[in-house]
Design a protein around this ligand. Structure first.
Ligand SMILES: C[S@@+](CC[C@H](N)C(=O)[O-])C[C@H]1O[C@@H](n2cnc3c(N)ncnc32)[C@H](O)[C@@H]1O
Length: 219
C-alpha cells in the first residue's frame, strides 16, 4: 500500500462519516429516495450523500452569490447549493432533461428555494456561452457529460472571479482513469484531468471524495 493510502473506506466507516456530517434535511432525504424509487436505472448519477454538505460548505466558504451547475439531473446537488445560498443568491442550473429536472423543481419549491434556481434546459455549452464574458461566477459545480468537461471548463474559467471555486465530479471515474485503453466518458475524464493539471490560471487539488472530486481556485 502506498504511503499515505492508510484508510480503507468500508461500508461501516462510510456510515460513520455520514453520521458525523450535518444530516440531510427531510426534503433532501425525500429527493434521494424519490430518485432511487422512480429512476432506479439512473439514480447512480446522483451526487453522493456527503457531497451535499460539502457543496453547501464550499458555497458558503466562497461567499457565493453567483453559482453555476453543469448537470442537474433530479436536483440533489442544486438543492444543497440553493439551501446554502443567501436569499439574493442565484444558481444557474444547466441540463438537457425536462423529465429529470422536474423532480428538482418540485423539491426546490418544497424547500422554499425555487426563487434562487434558474434552470436552463439546453446543451450546457450553449448556456455557458450565453453568459456574460466577464469574471462573475463565485462557484461552479461540474457534473454533466464527461466528454464535454474540457469545453465546460474553458467556458467557466474566464468567467470565474478571482478566488472563485470550481468543483469537478467523477474525476476518478470508478478507477477507469487508470485504464490506458479507456474510451468514451472515462477517456474524457482522463483528458480533462491532464488539461486541468496544466492550467496555470487555477490552483487545483484532486480529492478521493466519492468518485473523485477536483477543486480549483481562480488565481
Ligand atoms: C451525473 S448527472 C448530474 C447529477 C446531479 N448533479 C445530482 O447530484 O443529482 C448528469 C446530468 O448531465 C445532464 N447532461 C448530459 N449531457 C448534457 C449536456 N450536453 N448539457 C447539459 N446537461 C447535460 C444529464 O441530463 C444528467 O442529468
Amino acid at each position: 500500500m502506498a504511503k499515505g493510502n492508510t484508510t480503507r473506506i468500508t461500508d461501516e466507516l462510510y456510515g460513520y462519516m455520514l453520521a458525523h456530517n450535518p444530516p440531510l434535511a427531510p426534503v433532501q432525504r425525500e429527493l434521494v429516495e424519490t430518485t432511487y424509487a422512480r429512476l432506479p436505472d439512473h439514480a447512480g448519477m446522483q451526487s453522493a450523500e456527503e457531497q451535499a454538505p460539502l457543496l453547501a460548505f464550499l458555497v458558503r466558504l466562497a461567499g457565493a452569490r453567483h453559482v453555476v451547475e453543469v448537470g442537474t439531473f433530479t436536483g440533489f446537488s442544486a438543492l444543497a447549493m440553493a439551501l446554502a445560498l443567501p436569499d439574493d443568491g442565484r444558481l444557474i442550473a444547466c441540463d438537457v432533461s425536462e423529465e429529470w429536472t422536474a423532480y428538482g423543481r418540485e423539491a426546490w419549491t418544497r424547500a422554499g428555494v425555487a426563487h434562487k434556481v434558474d434552470l436552463r434546459i439546453a446543451p450546457a455549452v450553449e448556456t455557458l456561452r450565453a453568459m456574460p464574458a466577464e469574471p462573475h461566477i463565485d462557484f461552479a459545480y461540474l457534473d454533466a457529460d464527461k466528454d464535454n468537461y474540457i469545453a465546460y471548463w474553458e467556458e467557466l474559467v474566464p468567467r470565474m472571479r478571482q478566488n472563485g471555486l470550481i468543483a469537478a465530479d467523477n474525476v476518478l471515474f470508478r478507477g477507469e482513469v487508470l485504464n490506458p485503453a479507456a474510451t468514451g466518458p472515462a477517456a474524457g475524464i482522463q483528458r480533462f484531468n491532464e488539461h486541468v493539471r496544466r492550467d496555470e490560471r487555477m490552483d487545483t487539488v484532486m480529492l478521493t471524495v466519492a468518485d473523485g472530486l477536483t477543486l480549483a481556485r481562480k488565481r
